[in-house]
Design a protein around this ligand. Structure first.
Ligand SMILES: Cc1cc2nc3c(=O)[nH]c(=O)nc-3n(C[C@H](O)[C@H](O)[C@H](O)COP(=O)(O)O)c2cc1C
Ligand SMILES: Nc1ncnc2c1ncn2[C@@H]1O[C@H](COP(=O)(O)OP(=O)(O)O)[C@@H](O)[C@H]1O
Length: 345
């Protein structure tokens, strides 16, 4: 993936022509994915390279809404998803107050041509430029490139096909879109805040996931009988509702081997998927304090400190509670484990 960071103070001039698609794409949900796939296909049709233009940080955060400092898909995650959809080039525009003052005319007539726009693919509700003045009607008046607006359709029904009980990444959206299901990142955020992990997964086309590095905690888990890997989540992910979840844990073996001193070659990218129970919360039973994400991996034993762990939230099981003592907590976790197993059969 070629990633170009572009700052308003340092104009960039692309040497190649692209099919461009633009957006924040937070979540890279099924609507975004349909649009991105359409851009990739449009590029194939024209013999051009597809490229995506996105922003960091979230413009709404820069304009004063702190909720948007956290993302469904922090930049690294977004870029990886773009790559999985066939994009090989991304322009990441550093969004600043200065950038927010660029007019719709300047964005259309100076910025997009400079980024190599030959054909632009976007959804019908796209807005750009200072005060969101630019819309698809404004964009169509461009002289340097053609514009293709992909119509939206209601999202009802996506992700569930006859005979398939669950949302799965590739079945959720048509392979080549001519329409974009109307899904909003805000809706996905609201679902996660409500613990609606399964519905969020349907709209995302995959379970919501976050990643971190396993760090030592208080050493209590092993004594409870449920060792828990504590995640240090460095990137600004949205945390789902506090509580206990069934989750898939993805363990990148590359880390484990690297720590043993073996060279991390291409083949070392293997990923192990292990069922887990996860607690997102403040651990009132032990007066835990700060919000943490911790995972007990089922039927697993091994050292995880320093490993990169990815958690995919499959189902919300219950609220976090204060238990009278640790053995009552341990008994409940045993029930959580039994309940969670039903989600992995
Ligand atoms: C599946 C699961 C459910 C949990 N539920 C609760 C809970 O309801 N209340 C609570 O105070 N702590 C809960 N915890 C957190 C435990 O208090 C924590 O894992 C334990 O204190 C070990 O902490 P340590 O990793 O720092 O050693 C839960 C942990 C797991 C893995
Ligand atoms: N099944 C398992 N799930 C999670 N962690 C495990 C498991 N088996 C071994 N571990 C190891 O145990 C550690 C957690 O042990 P714990 O006693 O909870 O201590 P702490 O939380 O202080 O690190 C993990 O970071 C990992 O290295």
């Amino acid at each position: 993936m070629h990633v170009h960071f572009v700052d308003a103070r340092f104009p960039y001039r692309s040497s190649t022509l692209h099919v461009l698609t633009l957006g924040m794409f937070d979540g890279v949900h099924v609507g975004h994915a349909a649009l991105l796939r359409r851009a990739v296909r449009a590029a194939e049709e024209r013999g051009l390279e597809p490229a995506v233009v996105t922003f960091t940080p979230h413009p709404r955060a820069v304009l004063g809404d702190p909720a948007f400092l956290r993302m469904l898909t922090p930049l690294r995650e977004r870029l990886a998803l773009f790559h999985s959809l066939g994009l090989r080039r991304a322009y990441v525009l550093h969004y600043t107050p200065e950038f927010s003052r660029i007019s719709a005319d300047e964005f259309r007539d100076v910025w997009l041509p400079a980024l190599g726009a030959k054909h632009v693919v976007l959804g019908e509700d796209f807005r750009y430029g200072a005060e969101r003045q630019g819309d698809v009607g404004h964009l169509r008046a461009a002289t340097a490139f053609t514009v293709e607006v992909v119509p939206s359709v209601p999202e009802a029904g996506i992700g569930v096909r006859a005979g398939e009980g669950s949302a799965s990444a590739s079945s959720a959206a048509p392979l080549v879109a001519t329409e974009v299901p109307k899904v909003s990142s805000r809706r996905v955020r609201a679902l996660l805040a409500a613990g609606e992990a399964a519905e969020a997964a349907r709209l995302l086309g995959r379970p919501y996931a976050l990643e971190g590095v396993v760090v030592p905690g208080d050493g209590r888990g092993r004594r409870l009988g449920f060792p828990t890997a504590n995640l240090l989540v460095v990137e600004p992910y949205v945390f789902p509702r506090r509580g206990v979840y069934a989750a898939w844990a993805e363990l990148r073996e590359v880390q484990a081997r690297a720590r043993e001193g073996a060279p991390a070659g291409r083949d070392a990218r293997e990923v192990r998927r292990i069922p887990a129970v996860v607690n997102v919360g403040v651990r009132p039973t032990v007066d835990g304090g700060r919000e943490r994400v911790e995972a007990h991996l089922l039927d697993f034993s091994g050292e995880l400190y320093g490993a990169r762990l990815r958690l995919e939230f499959v189902a919300y099981l219950r609220e976090e509670r204060r238990f009278p003592n640790l053995s009552a907590l341990a008994e409940q976790i045993a029930r959580d484990v039994a309940f969670a197993r039903k989600h992995f059969v």
